[in-house]
Design a protein around this ligand. Structure first.
Ligand code: F0G
Length: 470
């Protein structure tokens, strides 16, 4: 390459960019409605982005869940759906895909991740038992609590610090886990709940060294480890990039090794498995499998479809294979990072290092004048929508809910607004539009006031709560 490009074109001698390993074959039009229409839509939605209509949204970064673009191969697979009630051939394809890429022995299909969380929680938690984990996730913890369990956060302290540059902020603090074992006894621990890339910490990864050490500690006490594999591909990318000895290992090999230190996994296939709906539970122990496979027929559907149609299972089996490709995962994480680097360059406070699926704006530093009980992250999500029709999500005090014992708000240290990037959906130009809008509301931050909650549902309040301006 010559250096004849003028600097104004952003070209530098020797520069080499990454690009997506696909081209676009079908498009879905999107359009930004007027500021006055956005004001009205937001008010009707009670300042909760979950309650907006998608037609009123321009760039939808609410979630990476079920929002992926499927490939032509997956769409072709949809035509091969075997919609038999029992024994669909697509189930056996899915079973083989999970066994060969994740390495677990037994598979139970579910309609989505929380269906699998329900089954594993009911199957292995006895009331009063503890479930230590590397930070809570909303639906995961609720299912653990509904089964009578008590969640205990044993993630390293760095995970709660949005400015810490620790490369593996998802790691379990083994001293915290040991202290819990010493306090309550190993028999009172149902299992360790380990998530690959920790959603609520900002999409932060767990190192292989940590899961290996965790396995050794748990083996001393006969404690099982179950993995939330929802975003494991992204976790594997960070291992490949950051952990010594893994630079030349394919994502597929890293995934297999990581899972080998765990006893099973639940999966929201709507994320890393590149489908719009689906989930699964996979375990190595026959006793847990027997229970889960029996329960799935009560809550989800027969054990060879678990709430998915045959065509869904086919798209999922193909999605798993596409999701472990190195060039795909690299482009996926780098697109998130592209947005993160723009915002970081402009001095906007966000969780560092940038994680695998989303940018997490640090609302406490974004709006230091808004107290946490006036919902700074919820406010930020509302302002962003008003400015540009970009939809994001609160991940702070509203998501954390109330303490079941005291009834008070839980006050999490992290008060974040998540800009979640769907897989294979938006371009770099969309990322530019988003970054510029965040910059605009940041420049106007001192004028912004908080919110008050005027309606609060009992469970997972962030989905349906309503707010008004103060
Ligand atoms: N585990 C993690 C880490 C998740 O992020 C989710 C869903 C689930 C489990 C539950 O799976 O939605 O298929 O029932 N997270 C979505 C999100 C909703 O936007 O982060 P599900």
């Amino acid at each position: 390459m010559s250096n004849e490009f003028p600097q104004t074109m952003g070209q530098q001698f020797g520069r080499r960019s990454w690009a997506e390993p696909w081209k676009i074959k079908m498009v879905e039009p999107i359009k930004m409605i007027s500021r006055a229409e956005r004001e009205a839509a937001l008010q009707e939605a009670g300042y909760n982005t979950f309650l907006l209509r998608s037609a009123d949204v321009y760039i939808d970064l609410l979630t990476d869940s079920g929002t992926s673009a499927m490939s032509d191969r997956q769409w072709a697979g949809m035509m091969l759906g075997d919609e038999a009630y029992a024994g669909s051939r697509n189930f056996y394809h899915l079973e083989v895909a999970i066994q060969s890429y994740y390495g677990y022995r037994y598979v139970v299909p579910t309609h989505q991740g929380r269906g699998a969380e329900h089954l594993i929680s009911q199957a292995v938690i006895k009331p009063g038992q503890y479930i230590p984990g590397n930070m809570y996730f909303t639906t995961t913890r609720l299912h653990q609590e509904l089964a009578g369990g008590i969640f205990v956060d044993v993630i390293i302290d760095e995970a709660h610090d949005p400015t810490s540059e620790h490369p593996f902020k998802g790691d379990v603090d083994l001293d915290k886990l040991q202290a819990l074992i010493d306090k309550v006894g190993a028999a009172q621990i149902a299992y360790v709940s380990l998530a690959g890339t920790v959603n609520m910490a900002g999409g932060q990864p767990v190192s292989l060294a940590n899961v290996k050490a965790l396995r050794e500690l748990c083996d001393q006490y006969g404690i099982r480890i179950y993995l939330d594999a929802t975003r494991m591909m992204e976790n594997c990318f960070f291992i490949q990039e950051r952990e010594e000895g893994y630079a030349d290992k394919p994502i597929a090999a890293i995934l297999k090794e990581f899972c080998s230190y765990t006893d099973g996994a639940w999966m929201s296939a709507k994320k890393d498995n590149l489908v719009n709906i689906g989930g699964w539970l996979a375990v190595n122990q026959e006793d847990v499998f027997d229970l889960a496979r029996n329960m799935v027929v009560i809550y989800e559907g027969l054990h060879t479809y678990g709430g998915m149609s045959g065509r869904d299972m086919e798209a999922l089996a193909i999605g798993i294979e596409e999701a472990v490709q190195d060039d795909y995962v690299k482009a996926r994480v780098n697109q998130v990072r592209y947005l993160g680097e723009l915002l970081t360059d402009w001095g906007i406070p966000l969780v560092q290092p940038v994680g695998g699926h989303a940018i997490f704006l640090d609302a406490k530093r974004f709006y230091p004048h808004i107290p946490q009980n006036e919902f700074p992250s919820q406010t930020l999500a509302a302002e962003l929508y008003l400015d540009s029709g970009v939809r994001s999500m609160e991940r702070g005090i509203v998501s954390a809910g109330r303490d079941p014992e005291t009834g008070d708000h839980r006050y999490p240290r992290l008060e974040l607004t998540r800009l979640t990037i769907p897989r294979r959906v938006y371009t770099q130009a969309h990322m530019d539009v988003v970054a510029e809008s965040v910059k605009a509301i940041y420049d106007n931050r001192e004028q912004t006031r908080g919110l008050k909650m005027v309606y609060e549902p009992k469970y997972l309040r962030f989905f349906q709560a309503r707010f008004e301006r103060i």
